[in-house]
Ligand binder design. Structure first.
Ligand code: SAM
Length: 230
């Protein structure tokens, strides 16, 4: 059984899509959706030897070697252009996810959906999507084991569409759909963030002042202002 987090990622994979799961670790996600019949085949990509071996073992154990190809490679180097319809990247920071997409741009032609689950820094993913012609079509947020996760689903389209009636910077930080729906977990997350920023700001106010603390304070004040507006 998948974690609720991976289950939520899996639920956003289109029926019948050819899938690549990048940074697959144990390949739990591709194994699950292939077994369920959601997808006919999948590629599990891993850059690190340990997780790559875990993925190979898992796929062998579940007798799925004919349907899941486990490949070692950095990001989208694990796939060929046109090989998959959907890419999932889950359980890493938003900056790493956007770097993987940026470096692998040439492999995205023909891909129709991205399901991205940044653990932190989802703003970096939203920014990358906007800059590269991908339209966010759905966002989810969930809490599991006292951690909060966001899931971003994107398709080729009009990248600014979800941000039409809101301030762009605020939309990128909080997520346009989450901002609109304001689920309970979302409110909890940002209340906690806000308390954290206020605490750091107070420490900086008490610290020796220099250019560094000044710019950090400015950044925190901007974020606090955005949180209040949101
Ligand atoms: N996707 C799984 C999940 O959500 O449970 C595993 C997440 S695990 C925390 C992150 C995995 O991403 C690690 O196994 C790591 O080796 C892999 N990874 C990190 N950078 C990568 C890259 N550039 N290309 C492929 N895999 C990468």
């Amino acid at each position: 059984k998948l974690s609720n987090r991976l289950e939520a990622v899996a639920n956003n994979i289109p029926e019948g899509a050819r899938l690549a799961d990048i940074g697959s670790d144990h390949a739990y996600l591709p194994c699950n959706v292939v077994k369920k019949g959601t997808v006919p085949m999948a590629i599990a990509g891993e850059v690190a030897e340990g997780p790559f071996q875990s993925a190979l073992e898992q796929v062998q154990e579940e007798s799925l070697t004919d349907k899941i190809s486990v490949r070692k490679g950095d990001g989208l180097e694990a796939i060929e252009p046109g090989e998959v319809d959907c890419i999932t990247i889950a359980g890493m920071g938003g900056t790493l996810i956007s770097t993987i997409l940026e470096k692998g741009k040439s492999k995205l032609e023909g891909v129709s959906r991205l399901v991205l689950q940044p653990n932190v820094g989802s703003f970096a993913v939203r920014r990358w999507l906007i800059d590269n012609g991908w339209e966010l079509i759905k966002e989810e947020i969930l809490e599991e084991d006292r951690k909060i996760y966001e899931i971003l689903v994107a398709e080729k389209g009009e990248p600014l569409k979800p941000y039409q009636h809101i301030n762009l910077e605020i939309g990128i930080l909080f997520g346009p759909f989450l901002l609109k729906e304001k689920p309970e977990v979302f409110k909890e997350k940002w209340k906690a963030e806000k308390r954290n920023w206020e605490r750091i700001l107070k420490q900086l106010d008490d610290a020796v002042q220099n250019d560094d603390t000044a710019s950090k304070r400015q950044e925190l004040r901007t974020k606090l202002k955005m949180a209040e507006e949101a």
